[in-house]
Design a protein around this ligand. Structure first.
Ligand SMILES: Cc1cc2nc3c(=O)[nH]c(=O)nc-3n(C[C@H](O)[C@H](O)[C@H](O)COP(=O)(O)OP(=O)(O)OC[C@H]3O[C@@H](n4cnc5c(N)ncnc54)[C@H](O)[C@@H]3O)c2cc1C
Length: 442
């Protein structure tokens, strides 16, 4: 049956006393992975946006091109996401950007300096210790690096910006050990890295294909444009207050899975104990600003882009236009998945959309002058909660972040690791907790 998202009440009528067994808050990958695990149960998913999938948002253009606004690709170690993609029949294709030497563009002196720092990082990865050890969790990567040239610091800052959406002054040494190299499922290099055997892949048709598949497979009711404003514990169940297109709606649920970004969870979940409020409130996110750009095939030019003013000397693309849809740009056209991470996103966040998209097109044409007259469409998406990062002390708070409060469960990529794999694994973990609780009471 085709999946038809419906606002709360559309199917059932607006019944303020309506009850469900499980309410899932947020239809991102975490919430939908949880709903998928609870397939066959009485589940309703409440989602503020008008699309499902949260940060996996994408849009299709015909058969061969699509725009990813958020999540881009899977590395070989994202075994859970690959398993889910297979389960729902979403097609994974080899990522079209191939291998590249991360230090290739550096001058010789800087490359030597960075190489020595890489050896130090890898030596740390060969010494497993508790994640909460002071030198790992409470020390920033910048401080661990110690004195180094601006060029080397800039190399690391750009890497941390792209991978973790933060600066080297904000991320702990532990966060870097987790993300450096190919062992992104663990900070330690002495364990075999789980592998899907697929290499780096992208979802054909856009990353949203995975979350749409999960939504369909879960059989859950999905209520879009439904913003949760309060979750209140009342007599062994939860009252969920939401707003759907200006109207107040209420749902009652015995179990709640909160799959919202941590700051939103902290603000809507009422009567949380202090330790939980504190943990949720401590999660730090970097913002992303995405401007996917569709380029027409060479034989179908669309004319010049209508430029607006953009900032001079501003970075409007931070991934060297490496991320793109597969295929031959000249023959069939291509979509570049351009974005800037927190450092640059902050600088242009409040600029008008047409200024930002024009800046992005200028950057594209500087790299590919042959695309003059071929830029067909440019999207824009500001992700305030772009990526949660490993701020200082994060690992000490992880148990509290994952812990339930009564029958209110918490999941999302802030429960680590901060990527699709983390979102999916944590969604499934929350669903398993709910199932266990249901069995106890059955
Ligand atoms: C630009 C970008 C690039 C990325 N690239 C990659 C990548 O290449 N590989 C990778 O693995 N990961 C990548 N990620 C990270 C990945 O997208 C996330 O880790 C993952 O999608 C998070 O899923 P989630 O369910 O935890 O959160 P979300 O997807 O944010 O889901 C939370 C949902 O809650 C909804 N919501 C918020 N407030 C309310 C409310 N009050 N009421 C109801 N609903 C609400 C939101 O609309 C959202 O749908 C990227 C992220 C971004 C932004």
């Amino acid at each position: 049956m085709p999946f038809v998202p419906s606002p709360l009440g559309e199917r059932e009528g607006r019944d303020s006393a309506r009850r469900v067994e499980v309410a899932v808050l947020g239809a991102g990958l975490a919430g939908l992975s949880a709903a998928n695990c609870l397939c066959g149960q009485d589940v309703e998913v409440l989602e503020a946006a008008s699309h499902i999938g949260g940060r996996t948002k994408s849009a299709r253009f015909g058969n061969s091109a699509w725009a990813n606004f958020g999540a881009q690709y899977l590395t070989d170690d994202k075994v859970k996401v690959v398993e889910l993609a297979n389960e729902v029949g979403a097609t994974l294709v080899p990522a079209p950007f191939g291998e590249f030497g991360i230090t290739d563009h550096l001058d010789d002196d800087v490359r030597k300096e960075v190489q020595l720092q890489i050896e130090r990082v890898e030596a740390e990865q060969a010494r497993p210790r508790p994640a909460t050890a002071w030198e790992l969790d409470d020390q920033s990567f910048a401080s661990w690096l110690g004195p180094c040239s601006d060029a080397a610091a800039s190399f690391w800052d750009h890497w941390a910006g792209g991978m973790l959406c933060c600066s080297i002054t904000e991320v702990s040494l532990y966060g870097v050990l987790w993300w450096w190299g190919n062992q992104r499922t663990s900070p330690w290099s002495d364990q075999p890295v789980e592998s899907s055997g697929r290499g780096a892949t992208v979802l054909a048709g856009g990353t949203n294909e995975l979350t749409i598949g999960l939504a369909q497979r879960s059989g859950a009711r999905i209520s879009l444009r439904t913003q949760v404003v309060a979750v209140i514990p009342t007599g062994g169940e939860y009252v969920i207050r939401a707003r759907c297109e200006g109207e107040a709606v209420t749902l009652r649920a015995r179990h709640v899975i909160c799959a919202l970004p941590a700051p939103v969870a902290a603000s809507v979940c009422k009567e949380l104990p202090g330790w939980k409020q504190q943990a949720l409130g401590s999660v730090r996110y970097g913002g992303f600003l995405a401007t996917p750009m569709l380029v027409a095939p060479a034989d179908r030019p669309v004319g010049p882009w209508r430029f607006s003013v953009s900032r001079p000397n501003q970075v409007y693309n931070a991934n060297d236009f490496r991320l793109r849809t597969p295929g031959d740009a000249e023959q069939s056209g291509v979509c570049y998945h351009s974005y800037v991470y927190d450092r640059y996103a902050r600088q242009i966040w409040d600029d008008p959309d047409d200024s930002i998209t024009s800046g992005a097109v200028r950057a594209l044409l500087a790299e590919f002058p042959e695309y003059t007259n071929r830029v067909e469409w440019v999207g824009i998406q500001r992700w305030k909660y772009g990526l949660p990062h490993y701020s200082l002390g994060h690992m000490k708070r992880l148990d509290a972040l994952r812990a339930p409060v009564g029958t209110l469960r918490f999941c999302g990529d802030y429960c680590s690791p901060s990527n699709m794999e983390g979102a999916a694994r944590n969604g499934e973990r929350a669903a398993a907790e709910v199932k266990a609780e249901m069995e106890v009471h059955s």
